[in-house]
Design a protein around this ligand. Structure first.
Ligand SMILES: [Zn+2]
Length: 395
């Protein structure tokens, strides 16, 4: 096993076993066809990159994606803010050129185009590219890699002032090749902007995320590609990363502070990750113990929110209809389908109010407070919540 960044030997610290995909919701007739994949994580002591050992073929991962229209609307507002922020921070003008890798339907690029800039998107999904074309945004339907970058540079003389990748970088298996392509297309004073959810605390592991970046590992990753992370921040759990050719911009104090913080937290030590693995095993043991106890007391337990990470947790712990009566989720797209691996039928949340179970196992523990507010009536009338992570809690 070699590191995908530096090619040195990597060490496995956690194995969750063979699990179905966390967002692989099923119709009844699909249950017998369900596939499971190994989910094991390793650490590179040389460049500090945390990465999956085996990866699932992309066609299997992205064959079925769930879209939520409300998410798209809030993203549009977020996309405009991101564009405004970048234009100001990087002093972009009408003569600037912008490339977005993984541009989907162009909902981010359109704001740069409206400001008069030359834009180009690259995305393998044909359907969303069609939507982008209708808006007049040029999109190449392809996977981005070094060869494609080389062809674009040669045939179109493409060089860009800004290259964007949003919720993209932790999905790219051939990351070294990818970054070589990025470097090739970047103008001497250009900036690469990556933005993605921080998973440096290893909240939960999932098949789609090949990498679990810390700022420490990111710095090494870009250095290896002869690029430099000159600015970075973490905002509402999202990492924002600014990269250039080396020694073009002054490296900000923010970068230094983030790196120092991670060294304090020992994100550069294998033991930290081994400790995390031990904690996950402990959560499993304690959660099963708790559910067994409640079941013996004839309590009725229902799972709340068929989230991706929730599904991974249920499968890893072996929690299904042996402990849970059913599961509910707000999303109409998920209701009526079965959860991956555990095959629980997903109901609308109204069922909780009709049947009043004793406990709700919260599977979107990252938004616990919000859920508790939403379910105030249930709680006020004696219903209890089980929060599984980071530490088991009953509220
Ligand atoms: Zn490495």
């Amino acid at each position: 096993m070699k590191c995908r960044n530096c090619n040195k030997k990597i060490i496995k610290f956690l194995s969750l076993g063979k699990l179905p995909l966390g967002n692989g919701f099923l119709k009844k007739n699909e249950i017998s066809l369900e596939k499971k994949y190994d989910l094991s994580v390793s650490f590179c002591s040389n460049c500090y990159l945390v990465q999956l050992i085996k990866i699932v073929p992309p066609a299997r991962l992205y064959g079925k994606t769930f879209y939520f229209p409300s998410v798209f609307e809030s993203r549009l507002k977020e996309n405009k803010e991101t564009a405004d922020y970048l234009m100001k921070k990087l002093n972009l003008s009408k003569s600037s050129s912008v490339l977005e890798v993984g541009c989907s339907n162009g909902s981010q690029l359109q704001f740069f185009q409206k400001a008069g800039m030359k834009v180009l998107g690259i995305d393998p999904a044909v359907n969303s590219a069609k939507i982008a074309h209708k808006k007049g945004i040029p999109v190449l339907t392809n996977f981005f890699n070094y060869n494609l970058a080389k062809a674009l540079e040669k045939e179109q003389k493409l060089k860009v002032d800004l290259l964007i990748g949003i919720h993209l970088l932790n999905h790219i298996a051939e990351i070294e090749d990818f970054l070589r392509g990025v470097k090739l297309l970047l103008e001497p004073k250009g900036t690469v902007f990556f933005k993605f959810y921080s998973q440096r605390e290893l909240d939960i592991i999932q098949h789609e995320h090949i990498f679990y970046f810390s700022f420490l590992s990111l710095r090494n990753l870009f250095k290896n590609a002869n690029l430099e992370m000159y600015d970075a921040e973490i905002k509402d759990g999202i990492m924002h990363i600014f990269i250039s050719h080396p020694n073009v911009f002054h490296v900000t104090k923010r970068v230094k502070n983030l790196i120092d913080e991670e060294i304090n937290k020992k994100f550069n030590k294998l033991q930290t990750y081994q400790k995390f693995a031990k904690n996950i095993e402990k959560v499993k043991k304690n959660l099963i113990k708790l559910l067994k106890k409640l079941k013996n007391q004839r309590k009725r337990i229902v799972a709340y929110s068929a989230s991706e990470k929730g599904n991974i947790l249920l499968n890893y712990c072996g929690i299904g209809d042996n402990y849970l009566e059913y599961i509910v989720d707000m999303s109409k797209l998920k209701q009526g389908l079965y959860t991956p691996g555990t095959h629980l039928l997903i109901y609308p949340p109204q069922k909780i109010y009709q049947e009043r179970p004793d406990y709700l196992l919260i599977l979107s523990w990252n938004i616990t407070e919000k859920i508790i507010k939403q379910l105030k009536d249930y709680h006020d009338t004696g219903g209890k919540f089980i929060i599984p992570l980071p530490k088991i809690k009953i509220i």
